[in-house]
Design a protein around this ligand. Structure first.
Ligand SMILES: Nc1ncnc2c1ncn2[C@@H]1O[C@H](COP(=O)(O)OP(=O)(O)OP(=O)(O)O)[C@@H](O)[C@H]1O
Ligand SMILES: [Mg+2]
Length: 251
């Protein structure tokens, strides 16, 4: 096996003495898509918060490409190559779709949003924006104001903004939450294509099992802050404990 791109060692997080994550260890291989499933409150978002630097763990370690990044602030971790989406929309509604992507790119390549107007005719930024808009099937909407596009397209724009930081590891938190079945299919197909570019390692939390089973190379099942099972979709599907605890089967 190659060196893991991401290694988590015995991670713990408690809030005022209440354990949200208790002893998660994990090795993620480069280019893999790992789905993280588990009931509400299992600790999925808290886990992401520690990987992205939003919250320091109570104990344990996070290694990115062999480098200890535990407890670094979010901007440092994002520079080092882990980028995340949120369960809620995180875009500027007054700006166009294209401007949202260009602002994210401009910020990443060294200028603040304040300087965006000066840099908005930078061809390199424009070319990169084109690639991202194309990859998320948003080119046709590029000139619309972000606040006016559909919910599904907003979530796609959010992914484009996440990818603007040129991440190696992308954390998606419930990318299809609240979507219609058609929007869900569209987003799933686009994420699948992104994974197939071989440029990203994806961690995806998701409640929709169809999405999980169609995207994941491996699945980690979280339960009460622990990893209940990790394995291929087939292994997880066959696992009795998972079938009873999570997929809703009778004992
Ligand atoms: N900032 C916080 N302060 C206190 N408790 C928290 C905080 N964040 C999360 N928790 C608790 O940690 C546990 C795990 O929550 P978390 O949001 O990580 O679950 P989740 O698996 O993402 O759930 P969902 O599927 O609903 O998004 C829950 O019991 C939650 O109440
Ligand atoms: Mg969550």
């Amino acid at each position: 096996m190659s060196t893991p791109i991401l290694e988590i060692r015995d991670l713990h997080k408690s809030f005022g003495g209440v354990a949200a994550i208790s002893g998660v260890s994990l090795r993620v291989q480069p280019k893999e898509t790992l789905a993280i499933i588990g009931p509400n409150g299992a600790g999925k978002t808290t886990f992401y918060n520690m990987l992205s630097g939003r919250m320091p763990p109570t104990s344990g370690q996070v290694l990115l490409e062999g480098r200890d990044i535990t407890g670094l602030p979010p901007h440092r971790i994002s520079r080092l190559g882990i980028s995340r989406s949120f369960q809620i929309n995180n875009i500027f509604p007054e700006m166009t779709v294209r401007e949202n992507v260009e602002v994210a790119l401009t910020a990443f390549y060294g200028q603040s949003k304040r300087w965006y107007n000066l840099y908005s005719n930078n061809t390199e930024i424009q070319l990169k924006a084109d690639v991202l808009l194309e990859r998320l099937a948003l080119l046709e909407l590029a000139h619309q104001r972000a606040g006016t596009i559909s919910y599904g397209d907003k979530r796609l724009l959010e992914i484009a903004v996440v990818l603007a930081t040129d991440p190696h590891v992308v954390l998606l938190d419930e990318p299809t939450a609240g979507m219609t079945p058609d929007e869900t299919k569209r987003v799933t197909a686009l994420v699948k294509k992104l994974a197939e570019t071989g440029e990203y390692t994806f961690l995806i939390t998701e409640h929709d099992m169809e999405v999980v089973f169609s995207l994941a190379d491996r699945i980690m099942v979280m339960h009460r802050g622990q990893c209940l099972v990790i394995g291929t979709p087939e292994e997880v599907r066959q696992n009795r404990e998972v079938r009873v605890a999570y997929l809703g089967e009778e004992e």
